[in-house]
Every structure is written in structure tokens, then in C-alpha cells.
Design a protein around this ligand. Structure first.
Ligand SMILES: NC(=O)c1ccc[n+]([C@@H]2O[C@H](COP(=O)([O-])OP(=O)(O)OC[C@H]3O[C@@H](n4cnc5c(N)ncnc54)[C@H](O)[C@@H]3O)[C@@H](O)[C@H]2O)c1
Length: 272
């Protein structure tokens, strides 16, 4: 088996904050698979996180960019191409944030300015990123762009709050922009809908522990970890998935197609 399926491929990885981040695990997996990349995160996250350690480990420069700012994205894409010596083959958008979730605002009592901010960071930034990549013609043919999503985009998960709406919007952008990227540049665009995962963003969701256990007991294969997600993304960046585009790909141990599991029924059955 060839473990270096990304040899010769170059890209940008957004969103590695700390060792728990899905983007952190993805950077390690892409590096192990032979890929070369630039790491980026919001300037404020640079100060909070440990991204420079990851940069040293994976031989990747770290270039700050607020993904809601076009000028930051343009500068990042220019610098990344300069550093990597050409166009890009893969981009990971692993970005999410809701001010309402952070501040514990209930969905029935949202602050709509905060809602707009979270939407801009979590969803519109994906459009901004792809628009910059598209207009700069920065992607190689058969390149692959991935954003991370969650099943609350399709089904109701009350504690996911306004992030559910942001993810629905994100998945729609993937399909809409993916059409033009496919047609005109032969680049694929997909979202990966990942299991609940213990990360900084994940821990912000109220009742995450119960959520994780429920998903674990429901999914026939159990929850997918951040490392599992990283491996799936490597496959999606590789030439083995060249004709997959405009999809929301569930990576959740089968959770999304189960109504109820025997374990959940058992846990809820009155023994008397
Ligand atoms: N953890 C989960 O349960 C879970 C499940 C499904 C999908 N996801 C998604 O996976 C992605 C990564 O999240 P994670 O769980 O690894 O958590 P994380 O907190 O480690 O990553 C979120 C990242 O978004 C970055 N970010 C926030 N605002 C930004 C901005 N303006 N510009 C650039 N970057 C910005 C943060 O700095 C951080 O690195 C998110 O899209 C998240 O919604 C997470």
C-alpha cells in the first residue's frame, strides 16, 4: 500500500489551533503522506495556540490570515504559492465559531449581530476563500478543496444553536461554488460531515459529553476521531477521489443513517 499518496502535492491548511484540532491532525497526516503545505490561522489564534510547534514539526511556514478578510486571504494565497513554488493542489477550511454559543445565548434569544459574525466566520469565509482562489487561478487542475461540517446542517440538534444554520449555509456554498470550480477549473469541492469531536470548538457545544456518548452508541462503527477525519481528508486530497465533487460526505461511523441503535433502546428501556 502506498502511504505517500500526496507526494508532490501542495496546499494550505486553515484552523490548527492546538493538538486537539482536526486541522492539526490533518496537517500531521498530510505531512506523513508526503504533502507540503502552509499553515494559517486568525492572528488572534496565533497568540492563543501552539501552531508554531506544528509548523516546525511539519516543516511548514505559518502565515496569519483572518478568513473573513479578503486582503488577508489574497496575501496568504500569494505567499503560499511563492513559498510552495506554484499553484495549489489542496485546501482545508477547518474554521468554525459562534459568538452566541460562546456566550451561552439560547437559540430562541439570539443576538443577531453575533449571529451575523458567526455566519461570516463559519460559512461566508468559505466563499471568500474560494473566490480568492478562483480569481487568482491558484488551484491546479484536479485539485481538492474541503471544508468541515456537522450533521446539524440537516437534522435538529438543539444544543448546536446557530452553528447548525452556519453549517447548512457552508454546505450550500460548497455545492454552488463547486459547480463553477468543477466546470471551469476541474477542481473538486466537498464538505466532510464529521462526528462530534473533543476539540476547542467542540467543547463549546453545551452537553457535548452526552452528545458524544449518544453518537458513539448510535453509530455502528462508533464515532470517528480527529485522526480518522485526517486520514479521510488525505484520501479526499489524493488522486483516488478525483471524480468526487459537490458532496457532503458523512464521516461519522454510520451515525447519519441510523434511526435508533439496540444500545440506545437498551439504555432507555425500563428494567421493571
Ligand atoms: N469538534 C467537533 O465536534 C466538530 C464536528 C464536526 C465538524 N467540526 C468542524 O471542524 C472544524 C474545525 O474545528 P475543530 O473541532 O478542530 O475546533 P478548533 O477550535 O480546534 O478549530 C476551529 C478553528 O477555527 C479558527 N478560526 C476561528 N475564527 C477564525 C477566523 N476569523 N479566521 C481564521 N480562522 C479562524 C480557530 O482559530 C480554530 O483554529 C470546524 O469547522 C468545526 O465546526 C467540528
Amino acid at each position: 500500500m502506498d502511504y505517500t499518496i500526496l507526494q508532490g502535492k501542495k496546499g494550505i491548511i486553515f484552523g490548527a489551533l492546538d493538538q486537539e484540532s482536526i486541522a492539526w491532525k490533518t496537517a500531521e497526516a498530510v505531512h506523513a503522506a508526503g504533502g507540503q503545505f502552509v499553515l494559517t490561522n486568525a492572528p488572534v489564534a496565533m497568540r492563543m495556540g501552539t501552531i508554531n510547534t506544528l509548523g516546525e514539526q511539519t516543516n511548514a511556514p505559518v502565515i496569519p490570515a483572518d478568513a473573513t478578510k479578503l486582503e488577508d486571504l489574497e496575501n496568504l494565497i500569494d505567499q503560499a504559492q511563492e513559498h510552495l513554488g506554484g499553484k495549489l493542489d489542496f485546501v482545508l477550511h477547518s474554521i468554525g465559531m459562534s459568538v452566541n454559543v460562546r456566550k451561552g445565548k439560547h437559540y430562541t434569544d439570539l443576538n443577531h449581530d453575533w449571529m451575523a459574525k458567526g455566519w461570516d466566520v463559519s460559512a461566508v469565509s468559505f466563499h471568500k476563500l474560494m473566490q480568492c482562489l478562483y480569481q487568482k487561478d491558484a488551484m491546479n487542475e484536479w485539485g481538492s478543496i474541503i471544508a468541515l461540517s456537522y450533521i446539524a446542517a440537516q437534522r435538529t440538534f438543539p444544543n448546536y444553536n446557530d452553528m447548525a444554520d452556519n453549517k447548512a449555509y457552508l454546505e450550500s456554498i460548497a455545492r454552488s461554488f463547486g459547480y463553477f470550480f468543477g466546470k471551469n477549473k476541474k477542481v473538486r469541492v466537498n464538505t466532510i460531515s464529521q462526528s462530534p469531536t473533543l476539540t476547542t470548538a467542540g467543547k463549546g457545544v453545551e452537553g457535548l459529553d452526552g452528545f458524544l456518548t449518544y453518537a458513539e452508541k448510535t453509530a455502528p462503527l462508533g464515532n470517528a476521531s480527529a485522526v480518522d477525519c485526517a486520514h479521510y481528508t488525505v484520501m479526499m486530497f489524493s488522486d483516488y477521489s478525483r471524480k468526487v465533487t459537490l458532496q457532503n460526505l458523512f464521516h461519522d461511523g454510520g451515525f447519519s443513517n441510523v434511526g435508533v441503535s439496540e444500545e440506545v433502546i437498551e439504555a432507555l428501556t425500563d428494567p421493571s
